[in-house]
Design a protein around this ligand. Sequence first.
Ligand code: NAD
Length: 408
Amino acid sequence: MNAKPSKITLAEKGMLNVPNVPIIPFIEGDGIGQDIWPATQRVIDKAVEVAYSGKRRIEWRELLVGEKGFHQTGQWLSEEALQTIQTHVVAIKGPMTTPIGTGIRSLNVAIRQKLDLYACVRPVRYIDPVPSPMKAPQKIDMVVYRENTEDLYAGIEWQAGTAENAKVIDFLNSQMGTTFKGPTGIGIKPISEANSKRLVAKAITHAIDAGRSSVTLMHKGNIMKFTEGAFSRWGYEVAKERFGDRTITEAELYDRYDGRQPEGIVVIKDRIADMLFQQVLLRPAEFAVIATPNLNGDYISDALAAQVGGLGMAPGANIGDTCAVFEATHGTAPKYAGLDKVNPSSLILSGAMMLDYMGWTESAAMVQSALQATIKDGVVTYDLARQIEGAQEVACSAFAAAIIERLH
Ligand code: NAD
């Protein structure tokens, strides 16, 4: 195949133009990145080759970000690397260390903020026979759309005892009717109409495209009425404004359709956050797509990942309107770095998500089913081997090789 590598570009309405040989930037990641990235790359490359009989392939372009970037260029995250991700539309990354004492809060957060990757997307699905604390984990098949840019995570807070904190408390006590006494930390929880609506719109678009039955707005609006409550209200509004012919509310489902969901229609419902935590345990089959503000999203994503066997298996992506970065959801596990030991499934499944996002759905499905078949055959890395009776423990690279053998 002689096609020249070229960039993925944006087409109309958020669609992508994907050439047969797209250039995709990757960040290997720190710590176990050196183990799980090569494993992932081999699996993705082989799946694409098999799925498209060699007519498509990925031209990988390494970005020096994180420790590798710092050692080779003196920069943890360069403007050039951010620009490259932006101009190539799709990228993938391993986990990264949070540099201590550099003033950088987190490279992951910096990438999300600078590229306005406002939706943190986490699919959660059970892979048999991964040990799970649930009685019927196969009923879990959800995708979480977590708002990535605001809420208490915006980092607007003032430490108790500082002059800035005193200024804020003085304003609140003297002009806003509060009565704070003694040292009190203060944080601000911004939730905007624009950011809530674009996040919920993305979740609904996914539900429509993927044929999912519902979008649940998860919030704590019974208590935080003007932030979380507003998120829910704006979510229902955007559903009516932009997707009126493809969505109905849960109330309409019962009032107008007698509880029988019309074909091709997505039901929009909302649940109070604490109640949803109960319901995803007790009635998981009732939830398909969950759209939620940042903090709730952080909690529910990890809780759901635990329900299907832990973070080592959970893929993820940060998606904006103009580009997307796919990533492993666990950290750098430094004590295992370079030992060829850890489980590369999270990054491999993130790679499959990336292929799906590019419209290379056949290769994505192939990766997922080969990974599933490998685990089902009992060929697993140490973390699962110690939990699955009779399993054969293999190295990270051997696990990738076993997946490759099962790609067809
Ligand atoms: P961690 O996820 O790196 O590791 C915690 C433990 O989980 C490990 O000791 C290991 O037992 C297990 N584990 C993690 N990934 C695994 C895998 N693929 N296979 C098997 N077992 C695995 O969490 P941590 O120790 O809290 O964080 C270490 C570093 O990672 C910190 O610098 C932190 O900032 C960073 N971090 C980065 C990301 C990211 O890049 N998205 C996410 C979380 C943490």
